[in-house]
Design a protein around this ligand. Sequence first.
Ligand code: NAD
Length: 243
Amino acid sequence: ETVRYPDVVLITGAANGMGRGHALALGRRGVHVCVADLAGADAVADEIVGAGGQATAYRLDVTDPAQWTDVTGRIRSAHGGLGGLVNNAGISRRLEFPDTTPEIWDQVLAVNLSGPFHGMRAAAPLIRDSGGGSIVNISSISGQIGYFSPAYSASKWGLTGLSKSAAGNFASWGIRVNSVHPGLVDTGLLAGADSFVTAALGSVPFGRMGTPEEITDVVLFLLSDRSGYLTGSEITADGGLVS
Ligand code: NAD
């Protein structure tokens, strides 16, 4: 049976880690991937094109609404539409409460929560005009339990709520909005956090970290026609950590 994906999908934070994996996987499935990041998007777009796929690189700081307007305008001109948005860009600051300065708080909230807000605000009209589609917001188990650090957890809980609100608001536009909640996944985001990871793995029933590919499978499902009745849903992929 054929699984159908949108013709064009925009992924933020796609130069590294899981976002890069999502982009490459979509490229292999015939999707035109709009690869967006602060830097390094060109290399991933080149990799997709080199493998026979279609991709365009965009420099995008998700905290800046004007850049979102520019990028979505360019996608509208180049492709005439957009069928999927993956709000994947995120930063972590693994700090305890007393070490979380107001500046760190603002920075983490700006990327992890305001970024997806600006993104949905800019992209939703384009997705609606394209006949509808799917928005996937990458939250975390930190958006379901109080986990990791105050700013990170607050930003991801915010994103969980934002996704549910957007799901209701955009349903009549033919847009589904769901959130993905990875547990511990082996990427640069956890670099330097070895002692935290070792301790945290003790609470994971599977006893191991997730692979980026295991999260990509969830994102592919939510972008595809196989998840047609899902909106406002949270999908947790954490080896049983929060269960
Ligand atoms: P990563 O650090 O490998 O990649 C994150 C990407 O986001 C980078 O390419 C970075 O340049 C980009 N980025 C950061 N700030 C940006 C900005 N202002 N504008 C545009 N791009 C920006 O991390 P990852 O582990 O692949 O994380 C991807 C997502 O998954 C994040 O939202 C993260 O919070 C979430 N997540 C990760 C884990 C984990 O264990 N790795 C667990 C749960 C959730």
